[in-house]
Design a protein around this ligand. Structure first.
Ligand code: PFF
Length: 447
């Protein structure tokens, strides 16, 4: 988002596209399917959907509402609103931890952005053509075990992000989202169509939507909650920053519904595209972060027009990753710019290079530095776990607690334009269900 000192979004549509550009990314297409696979399928999907509806939606609305009221960067917004509401300034922590979380996520997000770039190149060179599962698996493992290659992808991706954010040209990207997001959705439909021809589509449907509750553990519930935050870009101040550019006339609840539906449809679509291929080739559903990189190339390598479809797909994936990564860097840059004498360009370089350096540690954990660092996790997993499972839920919890308990209740209800029933539902969910849900899942997941 460009720094338009408290200008407003030119239209609701622009805002929806920017928010969707941040929300829809690697989280939907790369992360969601492999988490479903690692967590045992439909039971995880149901808990995830529940978390989106009962926790994600109210927190998304709260973050926008706080941003719209504060009109500043997340840290200043929170301390300003706390001052007005005569609450401790410590609430600023909600904004600050969001900024730190965004920085940490960007570091490993860029590594996966690099994978996507590498696969774009592979599609052009015909590397998937006629390959079987072993060949595609070898390609992926070859990439993971090659630090130089990973570093190249990570560096190019981060350079793109830094370049775009430094020039503040994100407005142009919002326009592109309008075209590219539907094309991405269309490609997923083509892939789902391909999945139907494998004869394993029914199995995939059952896997994703017919729950075996015995597979559910406290750990998978925490993973589902964390992913609900990750996929909606919550708990990072990003939606709060976007909200600060929102005009009063925008209906927050309706807009949140639109963004959430887009995000969820893309994630479920990715799952439906991937699992038929997994089952048709007897691949391991729980193979982890490599899942889309070992399934989709198999499809592209063995279907008519696969080369061009593969190229389009990985290009679009890279693009979706870029729009999300930009939204991760922007708040960090804004913060540095406001708190230090650095110019926008320098602030972008400092933040971007910092995240790039941390990303190097993350990519080395796939090869030369694979020994666990802490809690049996390597750097990549540690960054992912720390942000998704701890920082995002806690920061999001802060946002909803502040909205529901510290702001004047009637003014929030008015701002959301709620009916009498709507008011009761909102208050029950925002004051009790969502916070209690986060706390319960958080505590049981961690012990
Ligand atoms: N929501 C993005 C995705 O699902 O890929 C990732 C992301 C972007 C997370 C921005 C957090 C964020 F602030």
């Amino acid at each position: 988002m460009a720094k338009l000192a408290h200008a407003q979004w030119s239209s609701r549509m622009t805002f929806v596209l920017a928010a969707a550009g941040s929300a829809v990314g690697l989280g939907n297409i790369w992360k969601f399917p492999y988490m479903v696979g690692e967590s045992g399928g439909a039971a995880f999907v149901f808990v995830y959907l529940l978390c989106i509806a009962l926790i994600g939606l109210p927190i998304l609305v709260s973050e926008w509402l706080l941003g719209r009221r504060g009109q500043k960067n997340p840290a200043s917004t929170m301390s300003e609103l706390a001052r007005t509401a005569k609450k401790p300034r410590a609430w600023a922590i909600v904004g600050i931890s969001g900024i730190v979380g965004a920085f940490l996520i960007l570091s490993f997000y860029s590594v996966i952005g690099g994978w996507s770039l590498y696969y774009t190149v592979n599609s052009v060179s015909g590397a998937f053509s006629g390959q079987d599962a072993d060949g595609i698996g070898a390609l992926f493992n070859g990439m993971l075990s090659n630090p130089g290659l990973l570093l190249l992808g990570h560096s190019v991706f981060m350079l793109l992000v830094i370049g775009i954010v430094a020039r503040g040209v994100t407005k142009g990207l919002e326009g592109a989202v309008r075209i590219l997001m539907p094309v991405l959705a269309l490609l997923l439909v083509v892939l789902i169509g391909y999945g139907m021809t494998t004869g394993h589509f029914g199995e995939a449907l059952t896997y994703m939507f017919n729950p075996d509750w015995s597979k559910l553990t406290a750990e998978t519930v925490l993973a589902a909650l964390g992913h609900a935050f990750f996929t909606l870009s919550l708990g990072m101040g990003i939606m709060m920053a976007y909200g600060s550019y929102l005009g009063k006339e925008i209906d927050l609840l309706q807009t949140a519904r639109t963004v959430i539906i887009m995000d969820t449809v893309i994630a479920l679509g990715a799952g439906l595209a991937i699992f038929p291929i997994v089952f048709a080739n007897s691949l391991d559903v729980a193979s982890g972060p490599g899942l889309i990189f070992v399934t989709l190339p198999l499809a592209f390598g063995n279907m008519g027009g696969g080369t061009i479809l593969g190229l389009m797909f990985f290009l679009l994936l890279t693009f979706a990753a870029l729009t999300s990564a930009i939204s991760l860097l922007e708040p960090v840059v804004e913060f540095i710019e406001e708190r230090t004498p650095l110019s926008r360009v320098m602030a972008t370089v400092v933040a971007g290079v910092g995240a790039w350096l941390l990303g190097i540690a993350a990519l080395l954990s796939f090869n030369v530095w694979s020994e666990p660092l802490l809690f049996e996790l390597g750097v990549f997993d540690l960054l992912d776990t720390l942000t998704s499972k701890i920082m995002l839920p806690l920061t999001g919890l802060g946002a909803i607690l502040f909205t529901a308990w510290c702001l004047e209740r009637s003014s929030v209800e008015d701002e959301l334009g709620l009916s009498a029933t709507g008011k009761s539902v909102w208050n029950i969910i925002a004051r009790y269900i969502a916070p209690a849900g986060v706390i319960a899942v958080f505590v049981t997941g961690l012990i």
